[in-house]
Design a protein around this ligand. Sequence first.
Ligand SMILES: [Zn+2]
Ligand SMILES: [Zn+2]
Length: 452
Amino acid sequence: MRLVDLNTVGGIGANSIFVELGPFRFVIDAGMHPKLSGNRALPDFRQLKDLTLDFVLLTHCHLDHLGGLPVLMRYQPDTCVFSSTASKEIAPRMLLNSCAVMKRQKFESGMSELPLYSRKEVRNLNNRIMPVPYNRPYVFYAHGDKIVFNFQPAGHVVGASGVIISYKNRKILITGDVLFAPLRTLSGAQFPRGNIDTLIMETTRGMTERTSSFDRESQIDALISTLDKGLGKGGSVLIPVFAFGRMQEILSLISEARSKGKLRHSPIYASGLGIDLAKMFDSISRKTGLVNFRKRLFKELQVQPLPRNLETGKLPTPNSLYVLSSGMLVENTPSYKIAASLLDNGKNTICWVGYCDPDTPGGRLLAAKQGDLFPFDSLNFECRIKAQIEKFDLSGHADREELVQFALDINPRVIVLTHGEETARNWFRNSFKELIPRTRIVDPEPLESYVV
Ligand SMILES: [Zn+2]
Ligand SMILES: [Zn+2]
């Protein structure tokens, strides 16, 4: 097998891996880098230009895996994308949102290549995504040969999949982004353990040590108690979230806490894409039973969409919960605008529930101190940090210790490290060297070819 990591900047970016296995050529994911814009945000597809891919495998619909797919498919007009059933439904909605964001970026930055694809291309792509149910091996015939792939639930987010690829006697497991622990809305990953030759695994949390006393449920209790106290003192609470997955999970936790009498009533605001995706989760839940989410929860909680015209420095309603995207307070997103309106009041609270890149406004706010002046550049506004800032560990990615244990259980011949910063990958490489010294560890350099 030959593989090339097409994610040019390394780390967690525009995730995409090109694989040659026997006569088959395929790509796993085609993402868009969350911190870059324009063509620089895409994987480097140049070495695929003169060849025809047999298929593309999409592990899930976060944009760092999906956002570059319309560009890849533009040059592969006869190629199919295979995904889980849920990802087939969610992908077009995520990509249409990406089109809208790129149009706005073009207006703000004047970058001529934006948007990188059109709504029409997204609609055309939709017809080329073939859904494959979990645990149903799909046999792909071509070149007088066959290859089998089998999508496995990976936890993490609705539709997320690991994929087992079988070719002749060789089995390769791609974890994709994976979470073994169950969420309220989703079961944890269920990967088979036996007979895997090559493990291509994510390494997101390689730098995050988890103490033995850590317990996800106690983090949830602490979050709910912080929300309740924040509302109790007459303030508002902002929870910046990813619209896909995290928003619906947090609303489920809020609903559960309210029904147990642990969280007082207040108005709740959510933002557009998350509300749309919640409706999709409802339909996927009814069709497949793989998601535990019903849209009636929005009615029960009386969730309101955030008003369009927000006045900077003024909240739509005081003493409310704001569950808004983006998760990292990216400029001009609903969470960014509401943060600007509640940051300078000590009664208010911001609760972080996921990863925040240090180079985003969210990351900068987390690094700042109480009383610092904080700029909201794109709003031409600044204010002092007086709100309470709290952080909870509710990651959507498996702990490094869990992933190491998983790899030990499998004991593969080769492990390929992906989807992690350099220091995170190094931690995994060193751990594996010590624990399974006979396993070959490949930490691919971008655009280099590896035979494994
Ligand atoms: Zn993901
Ligand atoms: Zn990812």
